[in-house]
Design a protein around this ligand. Sequence first.
Ligand code: ZN
Length: 475
Amino acid sequence: MAVKVLIPTPLRPFVGGRDALELEAANVGEVLQRLTNEHTALKKHLFADDGRLRSFVNVYVNDRDIRQLEQQRTKVTAGDTVSIIPSIAGGRAVADALPKLSHEEILRYSRHLILPDVGMEGQRKLKAARVLLVGAGGLGSPAALYLAAAGVGTIGIVDFDVVDKTNLQRQILHGTEAVGATKLDSARARIEDLNPNVQVETFETRLTSENALDIIREFDVVADGTDNFPTRYLVNDACVLLGKPNAYGSIFRFEGQASVFYAKEGPCYRCLYAEPPPAGLVPSCAEGGVLGVLPGIIGSIQALETIKLILGRGDTLIGRLVLFDALRLTFRELKLARDPDCPVCGKNPTIKELIDYEAFCGVTAEPAYEGAEITALDLKAELDAGKPLVLLDVREPHEHDIVALEGSQLIPSGELPARLGELDDHADIVAYCHHGPRSLRALELLRAAGFTKVRSLRGGIDAWAINVDPEMARY
Ligand code: ZN
């Protein structure tokens, strides 16, 4: 039986892409000599010109640093594992600089410490690591819980939302008692209870082109759990510009996607989707729904990939896109190639700084003209005054079944172009949906079709329930 040599990711290109090799040797010096004799390209990465092992390369026999043993004279026997651990470019992972574990941490992480691919070194890397979660929602919840439990030393969270009862069906970081609290306060309390060794850094803000670089710069890995295109492109571009890996996940209804975008080693999100779909084409979870377990699976994959990136072990999802279908319980895998013409990570990038992502994604926060929207309170006043209004519900029939404004007419937004004839083009129409975006699009369509008196209920039926009728069911 021979000695097994584990090759770290950055050095694999020099040994034919392999992650491990076996060879016969009596000590570490012989192991390295045989290795570099067989793979000559590796030599200059491991040894300086004067023949000494380069200072940024650490060698371990099993879990012990050879500097604490007999350096290159350290004996090896059949079945031993020799690991070559170079410091990661720009990283902090030089063994001696890694934080030590307390007795409590050694006990807490004991099931990691006995894993060959984690061990003391890996656990200390986790402790040294700084991971940024963008969003503490459906994907951020399981990611935060597993990363905290695994002992990631610092978890940053960017979120500006408040815990809402409708979040609890899938956002398992938050409990019923946290409804009404900020997601950051709720997340901090849960993480500190789960693992008091974790430092939680919170950023109560929307991630924007102004703050993204400053926030992301301070972290080693980003896990993007956002549910909107402007932030997704913003996170991607900021990660490319800063050279950070992004453990990406997204979910819709019963389907999820996961990948790792890391422009230093593979494609970025823009290589996959250079441009976002037109605004409104892909509905959000609030509009389209999502199965509660699904973000648990995808967010856990993001946590897993983040941990592998920190440990430098395993085959990450760099260059691969995993598609998960919850109803069929299938995982499909697509190979992703780098796009040489990618606008941000390609050979001649056109994006060299962060741009206006709202505009890029065609998202306009406000309707284009005044008077296009009506608030719930103003609508209530007009109805109370007896003004004849056509209340047009443009949601889906199953949403209409849950709750609807009294006397409203249902035409789902997708059917509207074909069913315009059902509406009187002189009527005073107030279109509404769940939160507002669909009725704003319906309004654009109706105006374009010659309807002159159309308004959209700002904030949708949800705003009506909050401001006018607190007894009304919300979803
Ligand atoms: Zn790219």
